[in-house]
Design a protein around this ligand. Structure first.
Ligand SMILES: [Ca+2]
Ligand SMILES: [Ca+2]
Ligand SMILES: [Ca+2]
Length: 415
């Protein structure tokens, strides 16, 4: 499922710009590695665990100019990059967070319109000023006194208060937006739902069938008194900066029934040509069977009946390991059933294996990427005016450790 927010009327919110996905973009604020201790003599480097940018130049400049920003919410791409609205293949407006918006420059979806024409178009006013001033530590200092986003606060004042200098909805002195905290015990007290289904990956050799247990997100929101009337999207965020956006329908309505596709594992096609990993228990389904479980957007806490391994940063790879304590489960949802089947990796040479009908197909719903490992925040757009959102970069990993979920945004009242 791609990120889609079919919304008639929307406003660009500061918090909307805070939605972060994986970031691959040259020239974007880059991710550093690890969160080790540093000494006076060490160069100040970004603390972001997620690696993916071409280089660390811009984020290193920011944290050198403003050492207190290391490891804060400012130590990230959205300090200089903006969200954006585009049109999907059906002409519907789609609101994208800064990462997904910037990715369109490299990976423009077929038939989409109003895409950013280049990286420069993905910069917010602060990012543009930095670029124009020379894209250096000196450049950042030179624009210290400016108010690029026009919210009445100088860039340096905003940065000192850990607010976004390129986003007028983020301002020093704002209170935290109303939020609710859901404990592990509270989550497990809600009705549990188990569903078996497909994880279709783009790049990995293997797609996976697995059984996840958790709480339907719609049930979780209802139990917390969240009023979804007027909401324009629901976003799932993790502390490593990964986030995905979903339409309200993706939360409140069931997904299409799934079929089971057997005979695609190593035992069937050999180690080179196999494309699916099956769990020990496949519930006696045979190829083509309809899976009995109703398919919903879940917040899962168990896989094959076992608690999910907590997510943690892996400095060696720059990525993460684990997937828990919570992960949102998003079933395939293409309109055509044939697009909800597994396929081989995008890196697989087409036609080089038997059963080429299972070779990579861009039309299939590669739903695995929509499932956020280490999900700790459910944010509902549009964000209310005049308040600041929770700082996931400082507080997110502690929530992973505690097994907590935070919910905030549109329709959320304080606890
Ligand atoms: Ca400002
Ligand atoms: Ca601001
Ligand atoms: Ca696949």
């Amino acid at each position: 499922m791609e990120i889609r927010e079919r919304v008639g009327e929307r406003r660009r919110r500061g918090a909307g710009a805070a939605l972060l996905g994986l970031v691959l973009i040259a020239g974007a604020l880059a991710s550093g590695g690890g969160q080790g201790m540093r000494t006076e003599d060490d160069p100040i480097l970004s603390s972001r665990a997620y690696r993916g940018h071409e280089n660390d130049r811009d984020i290193s400049n920011l944290v050198r100019a403003y050492p207190r920003s290391v490891g804060t919410r400012l130590d990230d791409c959205q300090t200089c990059h903006c969200a954006g609205e585009v049109r999907d293949a059906e002409g519907q407006p789609v609101d994208l967070n800064p990462c997904d918006y910037c990715h369109l420059v490299v990976h423009p979806p077929e038939g989409w319109a109003q895409l950013p024409p280049g990286f420069a178009a993905t910069l917010n006013p602060y990012g543009r000023a930095y670029l124009q001033a020379g894209r250096s530590v000196t450049a950042l200092r030179a624009i210290d006194g400016g108010d690029e986003d026009g919210d009445g606060y100088a860039n340096a004042s905003e940065i000192a208060a850990l607010r976004y200098p390129g986003d007028p909805h983020s301002r020093p002195g704002q209170p935290l937006c109303p939020l609710v905290t859901v404990s592990a015990a509270e989550l497990r007290a809600l009705p549990a739902h188990t569903q078996f289904g497909l994880f279709n990956a783009n790049r990995q050799q293997f797609d996976v069938y697995a059984s996840y247990t958790g709480v339907r997100i719609v049930d979780l929101l209802e139990a917390q008194g969240v009023d979804l009337r007027g909401a324009t999207s629901v976003e799932i965020l993790a502390p490593d900066g990964y986030a995905r956006s979903f339409t309200i329908e993706h939360i409140t309505e069931p997904y299409p029934a799934q079929r089971f596709y057997g005979g695609l594992g190593v035992a069937d096609l050999g180690p080179e040509c196999a494309l699916v990993r099956y769990p020990a228990n496949t519930y006696a389904y045979t190829n083509g069977d309809t899976i009995r479980d109703a398919q919903w957007h879940l917040l899962a806490y168990a896989r094959e009946g076992l608690p999910l391994e907590p997510t943690r940063p892996d400095p060696a790879s720059g990525g993460i390991v684990g997937e828990g304590p919570y992960r949102n489960i998003v079933p395939p949802a293409a309109a055509e059933e044939a697009h909800n089947r597994p396929d081989r990796s995008i890196h697989h040479e087409p036609g080089s294996c038997p059963a080429p009908e299972w070779d990579y197909d861009a039309h299939r719903d590669h739903n695995a990427g929509s499932m956020v490992k280490g999900a700790v925040i459910i944010r509902i757009q549009p964000m209310p005016d005049g308040c600041e959102e929770f700082d996931i970069f400082n507080g997110g990993w502690a929530m992973v450790d505690a097994g907590q979920i935070l919910i905030y945004g549109h329709g959320v009242s304080a606890e």
